[in-house]
Design a protein around this ligand. Structure first.
Ligand code: GLV
Ligand code: GLV
Length: 323
């Protein structure tokens, strides 16, 4: 009988499918796990199901010799030491595809909210400040004909691009290689700086890796056209948050829409008081539908590995899988 350690309850009843034949340990929701606490929590488990804020470091693979799979309840796997997993013989799986539309929708919610001052408008009405229609009340910026710059044309970036067609935006993107997206005319810009110089709206969709950590730093933020909007639904560490605050304060940007933060769940105090930013609590994949299917996929991945088969959506394939 295999043992499965789960760091938090998941929505829906997917976890119940693990019960038959396996011993499942579900931790009550709580602060993210990491360090020695994670080693202790995994213990003699054969499989770990964890959340994106939990940290799975090399010591987990070294000290938990029965562990065969880390199934992350997220598409991003930056919280797992992937190289240590690979060399230790442990599969790491993620939840691609099933959250693509949800996340692309949320990126658009942020683009529209910042461009059309949705948060400010909502606040004005609630505070009793709406005294009647005015020609110049809370004017925003139109998106039609402007350029959407996408960094990372993976599944989510492509889904964001598809939505941009309906809003009449030009689309340019930067990534490792050009990629065709059906029904979308998008220009590949090999040089990130050149993309930034043109992006009226910048939307980030790259994974967090050593190469993308603080990719969007102060120098790059200052390349954006005047009035540009920065939207981040990827990982907070892709942007130098301190620099973003400075550049916003200097008044050259049109605003920012953020779903993720550098020191999540902590949010830079310089962002909290600003009316030109819209701040969400990491809701990218947060639809009931997406979160339920993510749970099913996590469970399918674990069951596959425990049955001696490759998982459905591996993020890391081990050198020699542990048996
Ligand atoms: C959410 O941020 C995810 O990576 O799934
Ligand atoms: C993640 O699913 C991506 O490829 O964008």
């Amino acid at each position: 009988m295999a043992e499965i350690a789960v760091t938090a309850p998941l929505p829906g009843d997917a976890l119940a499918r693990l019960d038959g034949g396996h011993q499942v340990r579900v931790r009550a929701s709580g602060p993210a796990l990491g360090g020695r606490d994670m080693v202790e929590f995994v213990g003699a488990a054969d499989a770990l199901i964890c959340l994106l804020a939990d940290r799975v470091a090399a010591e987990v693979f070294a000290l938990c010799p029965r562990l065969k799979v880390v199934a992350n309840y997220a598409v991003g796997v930056n919280n797992v030491d992937l190289e240590a997993a690979r060399t230790s013989g442990v599969w790491v799986t993620n939840t691609p595809d099933v959250l693509t539309d949800a996340t692309a929708d949320l990126a658009w919610a942020l683009i529209l909210a910042v461009a059309r001052r949705v948060g400010e408008g909502d606040g004005l009405v609630r505070s009793g400040g709406f005294t009647g229609w005015k020609p110049d009340l809370l004017l925003g910026t139109s998106l039609q004909g402007k350029t959407l710059g996408i960094v990372g044309m993976g599944r989510i970036g492509a889904a964001v691009a598809r939505r941009a067609v309906g809003f009449g935006m030009r689309i340019a993107y930067h990534g490792r290689a050009p990629r065709a997206v059906a029904g979308v005319e998008a220009e590949f810009v090999p040089d990130l700086d050149a993309l930034l110089a043109r992006a009226d709206v910048l939307s980030l969709h790259c994974p967090l890796t050593p190469q993308t950590r603080r990719l969007i730093d102060e120098r790059r933020l200052r390349l954006l056209p005047r009035g540009a909007i920065v939207v981040n639904t990827s990982r907070g560490e892709v942007v130098d948050e301190e620099a973003l605050v400075r550049v916003l304060e200097s008044g050259v940007l049109g605003g920012a829409g953020l779903d993720v933060y550098e020191r999540e769940p902590e949010v830079h105090h310089g962002l909290l008081g600003r009316m030109d930013v819209v701040l969400l609590p990491h809701l990218g994949s947060g639809t009931r539908e997406a979160r339920a299917v993510m749970a099913e996929l996590v469970v399918d991945n674990v069951l596959a590995v425990l049955a001696g088969k490759p998982p459905l959506t591996p993020a890391v394939k081990p050198l020699v899988p542990r048996s």
